[in-house]
Design a protein. Structure first.
Length: 332
């Protein structure tokens, strides 16, 4: 599945094309305005930044914004992956080695081990770590003063965070999907960084098929460039772009075969829904996480899928896109 390319390739593309500062970070105007105020206030008061939580779909710019903020504040940033924080010792050594005023970025913070999250409560609140030494009646707690740091959490699933954790963030921001104009600007920037020549119409075509998501735009741009190199003159023209899209199985809405399969499964096996996530996962062979984090958010965003208390329902818009009429649905 195209949206799920191997993580190593992902990281390479992400790092070369990641915006470093405010000006390069396209779109998300509301988020940027609000952050500006928080950053300026912290700077003026000469304080460390509040703890901030960012949530939203994969590839929308959560990691990037944390780095941009570090750059704007002129402070260091240490990043770690939520699932890697398993034991009290893991977080204790990271926290105590942070520089005063610096940022600790925890990616996928909904997957941090429960015992570690509990340690974060006091660390976030009053910059102390309450460590329990020993076991049973001999157990003692030890308090460790920490440097003033700012925790930045990123998550695709904010509802999975325990309430006391969520409440300790000074502000919570949702990353939104990008409009076509912003996507075009991102693609233009990336193609100039990668020295890719492209016609304007092709730019729009890629923007429209990138699921309103910068990471996907960058990936798609690279794939289309391969077609321009091998099947064309090197320049990305609309014809080359169409050739690439059809070879990759990406349609005008940016849907891939796996998306269409999921919609078709709901239509044919579950009469268009509602269908629960478990049933959907087992009949499509996708895992629940992938459906929730990758496939579904965009389908909801473009109104092809609706979430009801009883499960997912395919909308009329999706039937039209797939060119399936109501009668065909009954036969299926
Ligand atoms: N606002 C933006 N402007 C330009 N490029 C962006 C923006 N947000 C994300 N990107 C691009 O998309 C890639 C993925 O973004 P990232 O911050 O890693 O997403 P997330 O952490 O939300 O999964 C980045 O490397 C960058 O190239
Ligand atoms: Mg990220």
């Amino acid at each position: 599945m195209f949206v799920k390319t191997p993580p190593t390739e992902d990281r390479e593309i992400d790092n070369t094309l990641r915006p470093r500062n405010w000006e390069e970070y396209v779109g998300q105007q509301k988020l940027k305005n609000n952050l500006r105020v928080i950053i300026d206030a912290a700077k003026q008061r000469n304080e460390s930044l509040e703890h901030l939580l960012f949530y939203g779909g994969s590839g929308l710019g959560k990691t990037t914004i944390a780095h941009v903020i570090a750059h704007e504040m002129g402070v260091g940033i240490r990043t770690c992956a939520g699932p890697a924080l398993e034991k009290a010792g893991d977080i204790a050594s990271i926290l105590s080695n942070l520089e005063e005023g610096s940022i600790l970025f925890i990616d996928e913070c909904h997957r941090v081990n429960k015992s570690v999250v509990e340690l974060l409560y006091s660390a976030m609140e009053d910059y102390t770590l309450h460590l329990v030494m020993g076991k049973g009646p001999m157990a003692r707690t030890m308090e460790l003063a920490l440097p003033r740091f700012s925790l930045m959490g990123a998550t695709t699933r904010p509802s999975l965070l325990p309430a006391p954790f969520r409440n300790r963030f000074g502000a919570v921001f949702q990353l939104e999907f990008y409009n076509t104009k912003d996507m075009e600007q991102i693609i233009r920037r990336s193609s100039s960084l990668l020295n890719i020549e492209m016609l304007k119409e092709a730019e729009t075509a890629i923007a429209e098929r990138s699921r309103q998501t910068p990471r996907i735009a960058n990936r798609l741009l690279k794939r289309v460039r391969d077609f321009a190199t091998t099947k064309g003159s090197g320049t990305i023209t609309p014809d080359i772009a169409s050739l690439a899209f059809s070879s990759l199985g990406i349609d005008e809405m940016g849907l891939e075969q796996s998306d269409r399969n999921m919609l078709l499964t709901i239509i044919t096996r579950f009469k268009g829904g509602p269908v629960g996530i478990q049933a959907l996962a087992s009949s499509t062979g996708e895992d629940v996480e992938t459906i929730l984090d990758v496939t579904e958010p965009y389908l909801l965003q473009i109104g092809f899928l609706e979430r009801t208390p009883r499960g997912r329902v395919v909308t009329r818009k999706a039937y039209e896109h797939l060119k399936i009429s109501g009668t065909q649905q009954m036969i299926a």
